[in-house]
Design a protein around this ligand. Structure first.
Ligand code: ASC
Length: 131
C-alpha cells in the first residue's frame, strides 16, 4: 500500500513494539523471570540506545492522531506541543545513552538502568498517549 499516513502509523507501531520487546527483556531479567545473561542484556540496552536515536517525530505525520485513524493511541497533544514532544523523546535518548554498558556486570545492574529508561517512557505516555 502506498498510503503515507498508513505507512507512518505502521512504522511507529513497529518502533514502539521494538522498544517494548527490548524493555521486556530487561524487565524480565530485573524481576528474575528471565535468567540474567550479560550479552542478551547488553544487546537489549544497545537496541534501545540505537532506537532512541531514530528521528521518530517524522513518523507522527498530520492526520494520524487518535480519532483520525482507527488504531492510533497518539493524542492530539503531540501535534499541539511538538517541542514538548521532541523534548520527551530527547529525554529517552539521554537516558538510553550507555544502556548497553550499564546493564553489564550482573543482574543487580539491570533494574536501575531499566528504571531510568522506563521513567522516560512513562513521562511521555502520560502526556501524549491515550489514557
Ligand atoms: C515498557 C513499556 C512501556 C514502558 C512503561 C514504563 O516496557 O512497554 O510503555 O516500559 O511501562 O513505565
Amino acid at each position: 500500500h502506498a498510503d503515507a499516513a498508513e505507512d507512518a502509523l505502521e512504522a511507529r507501531h513497529g518502533y514502539m513494539k521494538m522498544l517494548a520487546l527490548n524493555m521486556g527483556t530487561l524487565s524480565g531479567m530485573a524481576k528474575g523471570e528471565i535468567a540474567y545473561d550479560e550479552a542478551a542484556a547488553s544487546k537489549a540496552g544497545s537496541n534501545i540506545e540505537a532506537l532512541s536515536g531514530y528521528a521518530v517525530a517524522d513518523l507522527f505525520i498530520e492526520g494520524t492522531a487518535m480519532g483520525e485513524v482507527d488504531d492510533s493511541e497518539a493524542l492530539p497533544a503531540i501535534w499541539e506541543n511538538p517541542d514538548q514532544f521532541a523534548q520527551k523523546f530527547a529525554a529517552l535518548s539521554e537516558a538510553a545513552a550507555g544502556a548497553g554498558e550499564a546493564v553489564k556486570g550482573g543482574q543487580e545492574n539491570v533494574a536501575p538502568a531499566l528504571q531510568k529508561l522506563g521513567g522516560t517512557c512513562k513521562d511521555c505516555h502520560d502526556d501524549f498517549r491515550k489514557k
